[in-house]
Ligand binder design. Structure first.
Ligand SMILES: *Cc1c(COP(=O)(O)O)cnc(C)c1O
Length: 374
């Protein structure tokens, strides 16, 4: 929905502010930290819900030349935006997709021998060496060649292909003491030796913070770019990127005790004040936040009162001075350095899920200092 449409309605709405300068600052911080390794950007799932186009554009302008998406469709859309970027598709290539990969100059991350065979066939047909990345499994058992599959592939040679990367993915990088990290590192080193000439990539956001040994030639951060803490047991080294606010619609000053919301799960005592705010689970405030979430008015914490509805939530604002409770007053639903992580924890999930669920109908406003384009 455009700003104009909102202004015509003449009423404040929920607003998702996305700080592209902070995304860029986060990317630069990781780049400086990981040097001499290169740092790509993962912009799958619409840049974790924040908008792949503006995010990728800002990162490209800052000097990021390599981007990862999950789906072919995401790669095609990104190619229209960035004609010169290296775009890698984590899903790999399936039957019937090779023309789209070629037309979009997209690089498939080959995840199993069937995909490798398919991509070899395509290369023979077009009579040129085709770029690809090879994903190897080192202990997550999700995607990637096994050791035996990789050796068989290497034995056939890579004459038709131009492997840009051999990569793997860590299952427990956000738990630095987890023994699987070192095991995966050792397996990755040993597997990558099968293709000694090919650059290597293991670390995503959290992996970068496991130390230099994990960084190899290329790092692939996603969530840290968007301000989520990649080191959950330490203070967040990233800058916050998102802020979600919404105006108070109305306030009930209860003369008698009353229940609030569906299911009458919350009983507010006489004298309580309940504010209604126009955001709900259709906007990404998960229903599991019912009775658990906390918002802020002028910095004062206000707990969710009762169940989250599709379009609305109730807040117990009894602690907030009445002069701060006029309709239209701004309520901060996500904000501050750990806003996403904190709300995700209260919802019983992780920052990744909270971000990717932020609703499409939220008005998104991008901050980019010195932005020349509209
Ligand atoms: C999603 C993904 C990433 C990015 O992970 P973050 O934890 O968000 O940094 C990197 N590599 C692969 C293979 C992924 O699937």
């Amino acid at each position: 929905m455009s700003r104009d449409a909102l202004e015509v309605r003449g009423r404040a709405r929920a607003l998702l502010e996305i700080d592209l300068d902070a995304v860029v600052a986060n990317w630069r911080m990781l780049r400086d930290c990981a040097r001499p390794a290169e740092v790509a950007a993962v912009v799958k799932a619409d840049a974790y819900g924040l908008g792949a186009e503006p995010v990728a554009r800002a990162l490209w302008d800052a000097g990021c030349r390599r981007l990862f998406v999950a789906r072919l469709e995401e790669g095609i859309a990104l190619r229209r935006l960035l004609p010169e970027a290296d775009i890698l598709v984590l899903d790999g290539v399936g039957r019937g997709e090779s023309e789209a990969f070629l037309a979009g100059r997209l690089v498939p991350v080959l995840n199993h021998p069937g995909e490798l065979a398919l991509w070899r066939q395509v290369a023979r047909r077009v009579e040129r060496r085709l770029p690809c990345a090879l994903h190897v499994d080192t202990g997550m058992t999700r995607l990637g060649f096994t050791a035996a599959e990789l050796e068989a592939a290497a034995a056939e040679g890579m004459a038709e292909l131009r492997p840009l990367l051999v990569m793997s993915h860590l299952a427990c990088a956000d738990e630095p003491d987890h023994p699987l990290n070192a095991e995966q590192l050792a397996r990755f080193r040993s597997l990558a030796r099968v293709l000694p000439e090919v650059p290597r990539s293991l670390a995503a956001s959290s992996g970068i913070f496991l130390g230099e040994a994990y960084r190899f030639d290329l790092c692939r951060p996603g969530v840290a770019l968007y301000g989520v803490n990649p080191t959950p047991d330490r203070p967040n080294p990233m800058q916050p990127v998102v802020r979600l606010t919404a105006p108070i619609l109305r306030v009930f000053a209860l003369e008698e005790a009353a229940s609030v919301g569906y299911g009458a799960t919350y009983r507010a005592p006489a004298g309580a004040r309940i504010a209604t705010v126009p955001v709900g689970y259709a906007d990404g405030l998960l229903r599991s936040l019912s009775g658990r979430g906390v918002a802020r008015i002028n910095g004062i914490p206000v707990p969710y009162a009762g169940r989250v509805s599709m379009d609305l939530i109730g807040l117990d604002v009894s602690r907030v001075p009445e002069r701060l409770l006029a309709p239209g007053t701004e309520v901060e639903l996500i904000g501050g350095p750990d806003g996403v992580d904190e709300l995700a924890r209260l919802a019983g999930t992780i920052g990744y899920e909270l971000l990717t669920r932020l609703g499409r109908r939220l008005c998104r406003r991008y901050r980019r200092e010195g932005m020349r384009r509209p």
